[in-house]
Design a protein around this ligand. Structure first.
Ligand code: NDP
Ligand code: MG
Ligand code: MG
Length: 330
């Protein structure tokens, strides 16, 4: 079974007296840094020269230094910059300044698992991966709870790397909801598969295609948006609370009948095979290579698709509808 740790199983004090550097002050960076600081830890922020985040980190009361300077002398370096920039930043600014025996940490296993970063033998390497966006890591902490985290240790010359990883996870609030032990490989490959095949790629394509099908058949785009996009949250909230059964208990028999009849017509053997192929490309490193290659040439694919998506009719209809629904927070 899976080992789950809570606050009582973690010793946050293990971080006291350690010089902690968080690289990056974006979604994850601000959340880890602020939560640890409010738990009494000594946190410095490392950013590149001219960074847009620099002022925000200073205004929050952190000492801010350029990446290489911030790494010098640090006992723990948590790398919270975009995945595609980590390997170059590691080579140029982290590796030349990393103290012997330091702990090098990540919130996603990508660069370690795909060997884009190969730390020296004396470095301790761990991961604390919150299973939610940084803004939720921050907000739930302030509310007295926390976002669950995965923890993993890749290299442990000191012998206490898992203790430090658990302390970090508890320090950002995850001990209040659950800290699950995993490996870099498990975290990296399941995270990439989930976001591509299901959560982001799969679900958005499903909703948008449903919308297009109704509009193409002459239905009002407003109705199409409500049925294929807006209501997704209500259904997912029920699944989140109690699984598929809870959701099916609260929908009509009509909806449940259509659910069983039509689901298998949408997700066919061909779709299942496509999922297996996607997983193979993740496992082989082909996806990682393609992503890094796009990033190195200025993200032509990412930016082209982003522009297409932003201009799709579904977004215009959604924006107009949300304006009519003041209860939806901006
Ligand atoms: P963001 O894009 O939100 O933030 C990146 C931060 O890094 C910014 O402050 C940016 O500042 C800074 N930065 C960019 N380049 C450099 C550089 N070369 N040197 C120093 N700082 C730099 O990143 P995320 O928080 O989304 O992602 C960070 C890590 O967390 C990734 O490994 C990601 O996979 C992981 N993660 C993210 C989750 C999420 O929900 N966002 C969830 C779980 C894990 P500026 O551009 O102004 O220089
Ligand atoms: Mg991810
Ligand atoms: Mg309905």
């Amino acid at each position: 079974g899976t080992t789950v740790y809570y606050d009582a199983d973690c010793n946050v004090e293990k971080l006291v007296g350690k010089k902690i550097t968080v690289l990056g002050y974006g979604s994850q960076g601000h959340a880890h840094a602020l939560n640890l600081k409010e738990n009494g830890m000594d946190v410095t922020i490392g950013l590149r020269k001219g960074s847009k985040s620099w002022t925000a980190a200073e205004e929050a009361g952190f000492p801010v230094k350029e990446t290489g300077e911030a790494v010098k002398g640090a006992d723990i370096v948590m790398v919270l910059i975009p995945d595609e920039l980590q390997a170059d930043t590691y080579a140029n600014a982290i590796a030349p300044n990393l103290k012997k025996g330091a702990y090098l940490a990540f919130a996603h296993g990508f660069n370690i698992h795909f060997n884009k970063i190969v730390p020296p033998a004396d470095a301790n390497v761990f991961m604390v991966a919150p299973k939610g966006p940084g803004h939720l890591v921050r907000r739930t902490f302030q509310e007295g709870s926390g976002v669950p985290c995965l923890v993993a240790v890749e290299k442990d010359p000191s012998g206490d790397t898992m203790e430090i990883a658990k302390a970090w996870a508890a320090g950002i609030g995850a001990g209040r909801s659950g800290i699950l032990e995993t490996t870099f490989r498990q975290e990296t490959e399941t995270d990439l598969f989930g976001e591509q095949a299901v959560l982001c790629g799969g679900v958005c394509a499903l909703m948008q295609t449903g919308f297009e099908t109704l509009v193409e058949a002459g239905y009002n785009p407003v109705n199409a948006y409500f049925e294929c996009v807006h209501e997704m949250k209500l259904i997912v909230d029920l699944i989140y609370e109690g699984g598929f059964q809870t959701m099916r208990n609260s929908i009509s028999n009509t909806a449940e009948y259509g659910d069983y009849l039509t689901g298998p017509k949408m997700i066919t053997e061909q779709t299942r095979q496509a999922m297996r192929d996607v997983l193979k490309d993740i496992q082989s490193g082909a996806f990682a290579e393609a992503f890094i290659k796009d990033s190195k040439t200025g993200f032509p694919f990412l930016k082209g698709e982003r522009a297409k998506a932003e201009n799709h009719e579904v977004e215009k209809v959604g924006a107009a509808l949300r304006n009519l629904m003041p209860w939806i927070k901006k």
